[in-house]
Design a protein around this ligand. Sequence first.
Ligand SMILES: [Zn+2]
Length: 291
Amino acid sequence: MKPRTSGFADDIIFPGGKTKAFTTSYDDGTIHDRRFIEILNKYGIRGTFNLNSGFFGLDRTPKPDSFMKVDISVIDESEVPELYKGHEIAGHGFTHASPTGIGSAHFLYETIEDRANLERISGKMVRGYAYPFGIYSDEVKEILRLAGYHYARVVETTGKFTIPEDFFEWKGTAHHNDENVMELLADFCDNSPKRGFGFMKKLFYLWGHSYEFAFNDSWDRIEELCRYVREHDEGIWFATNIEIADYVNAFRSLEYSADGDMIYNPTAIPVSFRRGFTGSYTVNPGETIVL
Ligand SMILES: [Zn+2]
């Protein structure tokens, strides 16, 4: 009998042989996305923008007595295809209604109307979602699945670099206002063995709203964060949320023989992984490899 090489599960390797992934997720599609996307593009960082298609073009210039002192007007739909080019457009509800605060039929409408609008406006398929107010339930998750979504982001964060078990409860690593965000990022980027097991650092997921940079006057802080990750980008795949979800789902779809040494990829995505210390492998779509 052939000696077994490893009792560990195979370890995912991202496209391009990268061992880590970095992504961003920003909500509500306000005019501050313009400046934020300029920063992302400058550093080659990719992200996902969660938009409410029922609010496009909405004028929200602040009134003298309002709490919100910054202009949180929503970008116009005519600007959407060009502004978000190279990034992912995802659903965030037609009018940002609370997913559990309205009836399920209304929530289904909020979801599917938003998806249809975003697809018509962008010309691209929309398969990702962020829960308005971060609110969800089992029924809400099921409605999203039926509406054609493949993941949904919540608002809780983990402070960790793990890949979610359940993509319909996708928790970020950090919000950009978290006190320890730069420490977390430094840890994520550090490839030296003293900083812990490299294979534990899979994904850094940053989320927020771009109007917060204007509200808190923190444009320098987000630019510094983006510059840092680009300057320490060895082994990092910069991807949108859906690219990561699709790749991880393909990895999780690999089929194994009883002894684990034959591996079949039934998906349309080439998948790479590492097994123990014996090496890295790629299984192409429809292919079976024998280790
Ligand atoms: Zn929102």
